[in-house]
Write a protein that binds this ligand. Sequence first.
Ligand SMILES: Cc1cc2nc3c(=O)[nH]c(=O)nc-3n(C[C@H](O)[C@H](O)[C@H](O)COP(=O)(O)OP(=O)(O)OC[C@H]3O[C@@H](n4cnc5c(N)ncnc54)[C@H](O)[C@@H]3O)c2cc1C
Length: 364
Amino acid sequence: MRRLIMMGAGHAHLIVLKYWVAAPLKDVEVVLVTPSQWQYYSGMIPGWIAGHYSVEQCRIDAWSLAQKAGARIVLNSVAEVRADQKQIRLANGDLLDYDWLSIDVGAKTALGSLRGYAGPLLSIKPFGQFQQHWSRHLDSSGARRAHLALVGGGAAGAELAMAAARAGRTGAALAARISLVTGSQGLLPDFHPRIRKLAYTKLAALGIQIFEQRAEAAGHDLVLTDGAILRPDLVMAATGSEAFSFLATSGLAVDARGFVLVNEHQQSRSHPEVFAAGDVCSRSDQSLSRSGVHAVRAAPVLAENLRAATESGAFTAFQPRTHSLYLLSCGDKTAIGSYGPLAFSGRWVWRLKDKIDRRFVGGF
Ligand SMILES: Cc1cc2nc3c(=O)[nH]c(=O)nc-3n(C[C@H](O)[C@H](O)[C@H](O)COP(=O)(O)OP(=O)(O)OC[C@H]3O[C@@H](n4cnc5c(N)ncnc54)[C@H](O)[C@@H]3O)c2cc1C
């Protein structure tokens, strides 16, 4: 039987599998390779830190879903893709051949200038590992007296800082001091000025100190661009994404940063039997931000095109919308929202986010 390998149980693949529960692929063995039974829903991670959700509420059981979709599950990581041989190598050394390959492994945290930091450093990804390390940190005796430094001025860094600042039923901070080091472009550089203003005001109200500078690791210190030194007890890195190194040596066409290059069908520019969606890929015809929204929206098209590839049908193009709804939780059951130039905030925005997020996870 011909084989389709699905690499990673990322947001896009979960939705693809959901489609196939109702209408499985014909005469194709589907194999899902994932290092964990669980896929964490990133949109709820700040809410988990803030104490709004349990871990169980933020994750999806990829194993059960794959079983329902008739896929075979291999609990392992892909260590190598040999695109010219239509083969992957797993971390345990096993080789698997494929007829078609679909890649949705996301990206890893780009540590950049934090590499080599000698103190405790938590990377936000992979989420499963982050969740365990953060829980262990909170259980340690000095956690509430600690200085926590978030590095990264994007939505993730801002949300995590706010979650730590006003967490739990009491609304007490999870650290004595919280610093947010954003880089020279400041907070939320990719967002509209209106939402940036709302975020600056909220972070200030929560007592979070913002440093609009680049941080460089030097032993246990973070040296800022102006020479100032921070010596936090814990550094949390939300410093953007970088491609997994095995993609650069895969033989697949990749962009300058090592992400898989795909066309409007989510199909590899070099190997037509390979597809990719989510943070792992870059469109060759347009620039898209790396966000769960795009991974989720590309999923129905990926599902259709994998069916078309395996059943010799016609491909569909993925047309991303001009604007997407972004909702940033503020840790205190309020949220800031943006849709294009529109910016809004308040309790109702958090309730909307809570509803959307719960519905997404509950849908599995
Ligand atoms: C704190 C935080 C909050 C965020 N909130 C939002 C939000 O509200 N809205 C939004 O749109 N975006 C949000 N994002 C961004 C969002 O998380 C990503 O864009 C999204 O997860 C990308 O989805 P994906 O399908 O590409 O991959 P992922 O969701 O990252 O999933 C990839 C999967 O592949 C697996 N994998 C990795 N390597 C391998 C391998 N070698 N072999 C097999 N499997 C592998 C991983 O274990 C994982 O399960 C947030 C990010 C962070 C850090």
